[in-house]
Design a protein around this ligand. Structure first.
Ligand SMILES: Cc1cc2nc3c(=O)[nH]c(=O)nc-3n(C[C@H](O)[C@H](O)[C@H](O)COP(=O)(O)O)c2cc1C
Ligand code: SF4
Length: 429
């Protein structure tokens, strides 16, 4: 059982090649699926994943087995159910799913077969970011390979269970990754989020029970089934279980992705794996979980990268994609850059986000151009509340406010410096 510490990436090679079906099977591929379908009942598969403590890797960290168990499956329940792999991945700084899709597509397919079996879904969709052309080609090939082996189609492994998986290309908006907007997009409608409840597990695609899971979440599943719950739990270093693909971008010596135990200290990720800061740059702060999380400071380097520990420090583990802020990059300009992205990607469905994000951008531009006033900082702070959790249809706006609110807390002097100094940057925009 080689590479047991890095189950998700054990087939990933450093060159540009893909793990074929034969490669995948030679390292235990499709054994988890075999065990699930031939030895376990759907509810038992749900229980294994729940007990393993697999939390969703798409950002919110909801227990995957628990989510599956919320799908109504009694005899009198709706019999049509869907599974969707969320491969939209448009969050700035996050590129982990792309790696898994391009390098080892069978892992996702096996995870989807097991998840579909667990909720007894006969149709699965891979909702793929439109720009991921290489991943698309490789997934198409892998789906054909899986079908030719009887892993997909009618009577998988000669069982009563049948499954088709279709590849769907996303239209290319960040909001398409939000699970209910994704469902609208799959139905051919405008990709705006739906009001919740009802939750997708009860009323999702075409009103039928639907589970939406992130690519990395689903890629964990085959290993839980193949190697067992206790083995999976033993991989974590903190309270959370399993391994996780962490990434670092910014001015570090070796930006990249690494599969590490859940709960690896942030210092270890930035200093050992990413090689520390580039010569001439110092670490000023970092967004621990992608663009829509709160900044943390060098004093937080020793906390563990797991959901609980990062939340306790005032941020979120999100997608595990660390974005580093160095001492030569202006935090105000970095935040403006992010807010411009979020404002552009707002779907416009609810007023606080549709109007509040462009207003945030205007205020930040004014400040950077030297036209800012002290009271603009109060307005920005008020906006972080008005666009905060509970005030908008989806989490895009609250997520957008996280880097801003923490920048106002930790880097206030940088904002104020623009306000008190002469306007010198008027030509910048
Ligand atoms: C604006 C926005 C964009 C999102 N984009 C993605 C995405 O690209 N991929 C993803 O897996 N989850 C994304 N999410 C989270 C999903 O809504 C959902 O929580 C996730 O797919 C559930 O999978 P998990 O439980 O396996 O993490 C996004 C959420 C929001 C608010
Ligand atoms: S928060 Fe923004 S992205 Fe989400 S529904 Fe409202 S307008 Fe659309």
């Amino acid at each position: 059982m080689e590479n047991m510490q890095t189950p998700l990436t054990k087939n990933i090679r450093s060159d540009r090649t893909v793990a074929t079906l034969a490669d995948y099977e030679s390292t235990g591929g499709y054994q988890g699926m075999r065990k699930a379908i031939t030895e376990l009942q759907p509810k038992q598969v749900q229980q294994w994943v729940k007990d393993a403590g697999l939390r969703g890797r798409g950002g919110a960290g909801f227990n995957a087995g628990l989510k599956w168990s919320m799908v109504p499956m009694d005899a009198d329940a709706e019999q049509v159910r869907y599974l969707v792999a969320n491969a939209d991945e448009m969050e700035p700084g996050t590129f982990k799913d792309r790696w898994l899709l391009e390098k080892d597509p069978h892992q996702l397919i096996e995870g989807m077969i097991i998840a579909a079996y667990a909720i007894q879904a006969r149709i699965g969709y891979i909702f793929l970011r439109g720009e991921y052309h290489l991943a698309a080609n490789r997934l198409e090939t892998a789906l054909l390979e899986a079908r030719s082996k009887g892993y997909l189609g009618e009577h998988v492994l000669n069982s009563d269970f049948s499954l088709e998986i279709y590849l769907h290309y996303s239209a290319g908006r960040y909001i398409c990754g939000e699970e209910t907007a994704l469902l609208n997009a799959l139905e051919g409608k405008r990709a705006t989020p739906r009001a919740k409840p009802p939750f997708a597990v009860v009323s999702g695609l075409w009103g039928k029970p639907t589970v939406v899971n992130n690519v990395e979440t689903l890629c964990n599943v085959p290993h839980i089934l193949h190697y067992g719950v206790e083995w999976y739990q033993s991989l974590g270093r903190g309270v959370d279980k399993g391994s996780k693909i962490f990434g670092v971008s910014g001015r570090v010596k070796q930006p990249g992705l690494w599969e590490l135990p859940m709960g690896t200290p942030i210092r270890e990720i930035i200093e050992d794996h990413a090689g520390g800061m580039r010569d001439g740059y110092k670490l000023r702060g970092f967004l621990p979980g992608g663009a829509s999380t709160d900044f943390l400071l060098p004093e937080h380097l020793d906390i563990l990268m797991d959901y609980e520990a990062v939340a306790k420090a005032g941020s979120r583990m999100g997608t595990g994609a660390i974005i580093v802020l160095d001492d030569k990059t202006c935090p105000v300009q970095m935040v403006l850059n992010l807010e411009q992205f979020f404002a552009q990607e707002s779907c416009g469905w609810c007023t606080p986000c549709r109007d509040g994000l462009p207003w945030t951008v205007t205020l930040l531009k004014d400040i950077i151009c030297g036209l800012g006033r002290q009271e603009d900082l109060d307005t920005l702070t008020a906006l972080t509340h008005q666009l905060g959790p509970g005030n908008t249809f989806c989490a895009l706006a609250p997520g957008a406010m996280e880097p801003l609110q923490s920048a106002l807390k930790y880097f206030r002097a940088d904002f104020e410096r623009y306000i008190v100094s002469e306007p010198t940057l008027l030509e910048s925009f």
